[in-house]
Design a protein around this ligand. Structure first.
Ligand code: GRF
Length: 202
């Protein structure tokens, strides 16, 4: 499967996916990285790994629809089969989401359905939860709402700060995102009828 990664920033999840895909046994190839932020750190990292990169800033387009249309055109030009959102910080239009239905995944730094949206680690600390984590899910029109593919839990320690908790969750993100992409690329996890359906593991 040909995979394109959408980023807005640092790109550490993108890097974890590039590393995983470097294994000849990995069932997917990263064919390009698209950012809506021209200064995203991840763009430089992707280029240094020999990947095609494209910067498509929102301000170059008259509407959200036109912006997503340009992203879609770039994905088609890359012949992408799957789209992976890795710290892409913008909501995609319903039309775009519909077009990539079942073929687009996202990682969220919380155990969904808890803590959708931003500032998940601060809110988890405020809520006093003892278990936190991250979720990979299929993307649907609602934010952070699609069928769950994989999750990892981490403990919240009594002396955690937002920074220490963020770092612990990020490590888990880097572990499960390649696993989840593998499942989707192999067709072992599919979105069907608003659920993730898994085929038998061998
Ligand atoms: C990650 O925590 C991801 O879950 C969230 O944004 C962050 C992006 O980090 N959506 P990076 O760009 O992958 O380093």
């Amino acid at each position: 499967k040909r995979v394109a990664v959408l980023i807005s920033g640092r790109g550490s999840n993108m890097s974890a996916l590039i590393d995983a895909a470097a294994d000849p046994d990995f069932p997917a190839e990263i064919v390009g990285v698209i950012s809506d932020k021209p200064d995203a750190l991840g763009l430089g990292i992707a280029a240094s790994r020999g990947l095609a990169t494209k910067s498509l800033p929102r301000k170059d387009y008259s509407s959200k629809e036109a912006h997503d249309g340009a992203i879609d055109a770039a994905l088609v030009a890359m012949k992408a089969d799957l789209v992976v959102l890795a710290g892409y910080m913008r909501l995609l239009t319903a039309h775009f989401v519909e077009k990539w239905h079942g073929r687009m995944i996202n990682i969220h730094p919380a155990l969904l359905p808890s803590f959708k949206g931003l500032d998940t680690h601060r809110r988890a600390l405020e809520a006093g939860v003892r278990i936190h984590g991250c979720t990979v899910h299929f993307v649907t029109a609602e934010m952070d709402d699609g069928p769950i593919i994989a999750q990892a839990a981490v403990p919240v320690l009594s002396d955690d700060t937002e920074a220490t908790l963020t770092a612990r969750v990020l490590k888990a993100e880097h572990r499960i995102y390649p696993l989840a992409l593998r499942l989707v690329a192999e067709g072992k996890a599919k979105m069907e009828g608003g659920r993730t359906v898994y085929s038998a593991f061998h």
